[in-house]
Design a protein around this ligand. Sequence first.
Ligand code: NAD
Length: 500
Amino acid sequence: MDMNTRHLISEAANAFLAAPKRMLIGAEWVEAADGALLDVRNPATGETFARVPAGKAADVDRAVRAARAAFEGGPWPALSPAQRERLLLALADRVEANAQELAEIESLDNGKSLGLARHVDMAMAVDFLRYMAGWATKIEGATHDVSVPFMPQARFFAWTRREPVGVVGAIIPWNFPLLMAAWKIGPALAAGCTVVLKPAEETPLTALRLGELILEAGIPPGVVNIVTGLGETAGAALAGHPGVAKIAFTGSTAVGKLVQRAAIDNMTRVSLELGGKSPVIVLDDADPAQAAAGAAQAIFFNQGQVCTAGSRLYVQRKLFDQVVGELAGIASRMKLGPGLDPASELGPLVSEAQRDRVCGYIDGGVAQGARVAAGGGRAGEPGYFVQPTVLVDVRQDMRVVQEEIFGPVVVALPYDDVDEAVALANDTPYGLGASIWSNDLARVHRMIPRIKAGTVWVNCHSMLDASLPFGGFKQSGIGREMGRAALDMFTETKAVMMAV
Ligand code: NAD
């Protein structure tokens, strides 16, 4: 790592980055069975600043065995719910105590701003682990007063139990790496499951640091195993492994479909948090400046690499020029720079491939007739920067309007009446989030049931809370994470009937 960068991060982060990286399997830190390594790059410079093991099927198999051994016997099933709760709280404390170091590693690895990593990613991970810890002691069944019709004289007592599903394969993306790991590990451990975590190949570092904190917190070895590696090798091996009872996947819709196919033969349970193309709908009574600022936050937060990013802006025609003009002004004034520079408002994208993909979408949109109202392409060398971009003069059927770009690019379209706004908002294969900007409560209430999305925000966007179920309609996924709903995905219901 270059000296300038080294000076910008703490001794603790430097020490972690200087040490050789190994995967966590059972109680051991191990190399890949074949010794292969993956480069980890700093998106602000393109420099390789770390290497991690390139785990493959043999490593995944070892990790699943370790997780299964911890699930079937050993200390994990012997712990009471309250003991699991305390271990998750201890982990949350460890993450909180090391939040600055973790945020520095995350910022370097992903490109996001250090402030965002510290105050959003780490703060939410801590909060989420604490929230989920509480559920460990609140997993309940029900008693049933049954009346078996063909045995009218007999008496039975019946009840349900919720039991941990087993070994969970957690496959996560690169946009909020440590937070996504917490989203999987929290409910899995609260429910009594064990885990094999496969972080994204672009951002594997905080997961490995989390592995150290997991052991320090006293969580028994084998309960969480961490295998770094490519999606098509390590990820695919995990999704198709017969020893895995459930896959909890967050990532793109295309890969989500592969994961679901891989899981079919073993009837592995699957929950999928997938992509989105979330609309921001501005009604004609909205304050244009507030709506523009909200739209900017909705798309440019985390460089637009957010599953719920407000990537389609629909503004009632009479406000269109004003809102889009203000949004383009905000975009043009944003300062691009490395995540570790406190002055930067927009960091680089995560990888060269992602930068090229995003720029390819912008160029494709322009070739189809879109006009650039702000931004329009790459910025700065050698990092993977893309200008915050606003496209207008687009049509609903264009790829830039229909497909997830996953970068700082928003398309803006005018509409005339609310029926048209609802139809346009619902007209993509996705259904993750949507926001409505208006103070006309009656109209907003009437619109909410008509929007096909897992979350609808009003006068805000991409606000999440540990207690609120989160997930997608349509091709944005299956299942809900967070809230009580998350526990359902990590448990099986067992019905019990006793003759009395
Ligand atoms: P991705 O689908 O390319 O990768 C996600 C994970 O899947 C990575 O760990 C990757 O290694 C692994 N993977 C790749 N191929 C695999 C295969 N064949 N089998 C098993 N695993 C495989 O996604 P990404 O580019 O890392 O992340 C961006 C995507 O994630 C976007 O579409 C975004 O919308 C989505 N996302 C969704 C949510 C949500 O909660 N709905 C949250 C964050 C990101």
